[in-house]
Design a protein around this ligand. Sequence first.
Ligand code: NAP
Length: 304
Amino acid sequence: MEHKTQLLVVGAGAAGLTAALYARRAGMDVIVLGRAPYGGQIAETAMIENYPALPLTDGYTFASALYQQAASLGAKLISAEVTGVLALSAQQRTLQTADGSKYTGEKLVLAVGAKRRKLGCPGEERLLGSGVSYCASCDGAFFRGKTVAVVGGGNTALEDALTLSALCERVYLIHRRDAFRGEKYLEEAVHKKQNIQPILQEEVAEIEGAQHVEAVRLKNRKEVLAVDGVFVAVGQEPDTALFRAFVNCDGGGYFIAGEDCKTNLPGVFAAGDCRTKLLRQIVTAAADGAVAAFSASQEVQSGM
Ligand code: NAP
């Protein structure tokens, strides 16, 4: 099947869905291609308490509301994985999805987000789904009353440790530096929890277990900690690989685009966590989505 639209958006996270709702309000036809569940990383976020004027909420509720808002304004939201680029230039933008469909956008917003980084130690891949997880809010309930390790020192690791401390008997929080790099309020909350044991200046050498995670072997202390699960929270990598041959990226693989979200290709915009930027948050992703849609609609109106 071939589909044509004025604005094609890839990614149904905060940036993509906000681009869709702004573009619809500007009168553009919009198709959003996104992997279910919609919401991208927000859907996996346990609690959001830094979105201005929004009371404390969970990521799933936030993502669902954003999805409904974009859909009710008339954006076509299609659950599909983009698997190929058929044309990506100043003249034409056509993408292919896993089912063989082709989508052409007069303008294109790339809001592909970022995905969780791997630790890269032995055992991680083999025991994925058998005690190794990248999402505490999705999988935490399977570890009720058990002992787990969280690896990482940023906001995600701190949040994951807090989420798991409410479910698990004991949570080791393993970080390679001598200080966490997340927000202070999260760090303070972690220190108040009796059942979270921070282990600093330490790395995981191996995740051990025959069929299921049984232990983590530490690199520096050469100690083995008996655990039932390992939650990896060591940051993200942009999901830009498919587009890097066409759109300029920085050394980390993030699309190079300024505050106007314009990439090196006219008619192609980058929005959200996949764009070069100082701060990757829901509020900055949503702001990008709005700006990208505005830039795209301006180009359409001026006949570019
Ligand atoms: P992050 O801030 O990039 O932190 C990644 C952490 O993992 C760092 O502490 C890093 O160590 C460590 N790390 C990286 N590679 C490692 C490896 N191979 N082995 C061991 N440790 C490794 O990532 P994030 O925590 O996922 O957060 C991503 C973005 O989302 C941030 O901008 C964050 O603020 C935002 N976020 C916000 C919230 C919130 O506001 N509630 C919640 C979640 C995420 P070093 O410190 O040594 O580099």
